[in-house]
Design a protein around this ligand. Structure first.
Ligand SMILES: [Cu+2]
Length: 218
């Protein structure tokens, strides 16, 4: 019941706006309810163990219970969860749009290398077309940051000297809040960003209003 309060928050991973985020939420629910059932089952077994009396002749049964409950059961549950998590994950589509994002203490620098009329840039806002697979190429200028837009996808680290990639798709136009998810210094808590998904035909006009990259003409 307490968790129900988190569902519609702007940074909620349980309120997906993409297939990828919906899949993460489904896995989260399966793990949460599965874990609750396992805990309940273990509590029942512990009660049975406390209340039953052993006459010392059940050694074989005890070994079977320990091997079953301690080895076979976790192996089956964890394997099934692993297969489900990877097997049912949405397959990334080839990217139709590219943004380059650089983490800085304490802001996100966004570059649109293929914008019409030359590369454009924005700060703490990522303009993307909705319904399109967006390739985010991520790096950092100083320390390790973590890029996380919970309603669209999972987390990925921004690491100095390295480019990490992820693909995200916003199913519908709208604004999706994101945040740095790895402590990166005193300004970390304010290091938020917004993915703004536009109707695909509006993106070109939006990009044309952004600042040109230094050294480029508009
Ligand atoms: Cu941070």
């Amino acid at each position: 019941m307490l968790l129900a309060g988190c569902k519609d928050a702007p940074l909620s991973a349980l309120h997906g706006a993409s297939q990828q985020a919906d899949h993460i939420a489904t896995v989260w629910y399966a793990m949460a309810w599965g874990s609750a059932l396992i805990v309940a089952f273990m509590v029942v077994l512990a009660c049975v163990a406390v209340w039953s009396r052993s006459n010392g002749e059940n050694r074989r049964r005890n070994i079977v219970l320990m091997a079953g409950g301690g080895v076979a059961f976790p192996v089956v549950v964890i394997s099934a969860m692993l297969a489900y998590t990877y097997g049912a994950a949405p397959v990334p589509q080839p990217a139709g749009y590219i943004v380059e994002v650089t983490g800085n203490q304490w802001f996100w620098q966004v570059r649109y290398p293929l914008a019409p009329g030359g590369p454009k840039q924005s700060i703490n806002e990522i303009h993307v077309p909705s319904g399109t697979s967006v390739s985010v190429k991520l790096t950092s200028h100083d320390v390790i940051h973590s890029f996380w837009v919970p309603r669209l996808s999972g987390k990925i680290d921004a690491i100095p000297g390295r480019v990490n990639s992820m693909t995200l798709v916003a199913s519908e136009p709208g604004e999706y809040l994101g945040t740095c998810a790895e402590y990166c210094g005193v300004g970390h808590a304010h290091m938020q960003l917004k993915v703004i998904a536009h109707e695909p035909h509006e993106v070109e006009a939006v990009l044309s209003r952004l600042d040109a990259e230094e050294g480029q003409t508009r």
